[in-house]
Design a protein around this ligand. Structure first.
Ligand code: RP5
Length: 162
């Protein structure tokens, strides 16, 4: 049973959203990935949101570009936390996506992440952290992941040694 749903408005979003799936796979978190277009599949969007809680989803990572209403509409239809990922768009480079997702009116929150692959990966890391609050194995894996990053950063060298 999937704990995290990864949804996106189009197949063209996958290049970005696969970074969320990669992180979830790395942490061994059961997840599902699918296209649920808000404006082309509104009935599917409602069905997905309405079934999220009963199917055991603990969070939904939703990526979309342009007038990106997918995360907000999902959040409007389910109390399962929605993590929004602004996908870079063709003409406005994702600033439209970001503003569409982040500017939710008061009352229906969407946690919004950075534009593009960093946002997708961080949304997944955030979901892992949420699950890790009640899962010590996952917390250990998250600590190890961060320790690895710290070691890699400490090993960075620039310029020429004197
Ligand atoms: C949005 O429109 C999708 O999330 C995607 O980012 C964008 C373009 O979709 P396609 O025209 O590539 O299907 O709904």
């Amino acid at each position: 049973m999937a704990a995290i749903g990864v949804v996106m408005g189009s197949q063209s979003d996958w290049e970005v959203m696969r970074h969320a799936a990669d992180i979830l796979a790395r942490f061994g978190v059961a997840h599902e990935c699918q296209v649920v277009s808000a404006h082309r599949m509104p009935d599917d969007l409602f069905a997905y949101a309405e079934g999220a809680q009963s199917r055991g989803l603990r969070a939904i990572i939703a990526g979309a570009g342009g007038a990106a209403h997918l995360p907000g509409m999902l959040a409007a239809k389910t109390a399962v936390p929605v993590l929004g990922v602004p996908v870079p768009s063709k003409y406005l480079r994702g600033e439209d996506s970001l503003l569409s997702i982040v500017q939710m009116p008061k009352g229906i929150p969407v946690a919004t992440f950075a534009i593009g692959e960093a946002g997708a990966a961080n949304a997944a890391l955030f979901a892992v952290a949420m699950l890790a609050a009640h899962d010590s194995d996952l917390r250990d894996k998250l600590d190890a992941f961060r320790a690895e990053q710290t070691a890699a950063a400490r090993a960075m060298r620039v310029g020429t040694a004197a």
